[in-house]
Design a protein around this ligand. Sequence first.
Ligand code: RIB
Ligand code: CA
Length: 320
Amino acid sequence: MQKVLIDCDPGHDDATAILYAAAHLDLVGVTTVYGNQTVEKTTDNALSLVTLLGLDVPVAQGCAGPLNGIVQHGGDLHGKTGIDGAVLPEPDREAIDMHAVDFIIDMARRHKGELVLCPIGPFTNVALALRKEPRLASWLKGISVMGGTTQVGNTTPVAEFNIWCDPEAADIVFRSGAPLWMVGLNVTRQVGVTEKDVARLMAGGPVARIFGGLFDFFRERLREVHGLSTASMHDPCALVPFIVPDLISYRHCPVEIELGRGPARGMTVCDMRQLTTGKLENIRSMHAANCHVAVGVEARPLVDHILDAIIDWRLISEKK
Ligand code: RIB
Ligand code: CA
């Protein structure tokens, strides 16, 4: 079973990614970062989630802000707690006594060649781990991120939130040389939980009802802020290549991060051109392909597969 470590900022869709990974993969750990809320709140949320799901998985707290030091987080899109919409249990444990950056390095060393790192919040922890341990990229089987977009952004017209929070960190990740998968808004916004799906969850067991409440809140917030009609399951999409690989299609291409201070800051510049090997006069070529970029999705089957994991959680957890 594929080993994964999730680096996250729970976050409604992060919470879903944790359950989805625990249901189908070998989740070796969770690290937390600022983003949807402060790192203190995202850590509390992660601890409450592993308590709710009864997971014996370590949680390590990470960075409170981006590499450039300008602390920020996503306002209240995910609510004051960062995961409004349901009452989660008080944590039955504390975060481990190791910083997320060191925990990521330790897990990669321990599971050399087997571990996939899944950053689904700002990439600050992962970037610092790559800087601190230059061998990290070679120890990892790969890095599968939720972030960026090949089309419009959310935080700005061209930048997606996880990249926008820390573009310098994203640049380190995209230049790391590790095998890289990127699923951006162009795909994840198609993977939406509907009002009917929420009703199905609310008719389920305790865990399903809690996620139904979370999705109901998140769906309403996305409607208010972005005019969307469904709750986007951004973060679980980063796990799809290792669970149901046929449901998201990828194209291997060059990706660069815009680091300027202008309106395009944080843009993931994905070169989708089908350049021939002919003369490149008057055409700017980019560096070699460095990332598998998600370009298509079987959205409804994927939403159903995620919902099944939530609804069947008790059965699944008893088997593990
Ligand atoms: O832009 C979507 C991303 O930002 C998701 O990871 C969501 O949880 C927020 O962190
Ligand atoms: Ca997230």
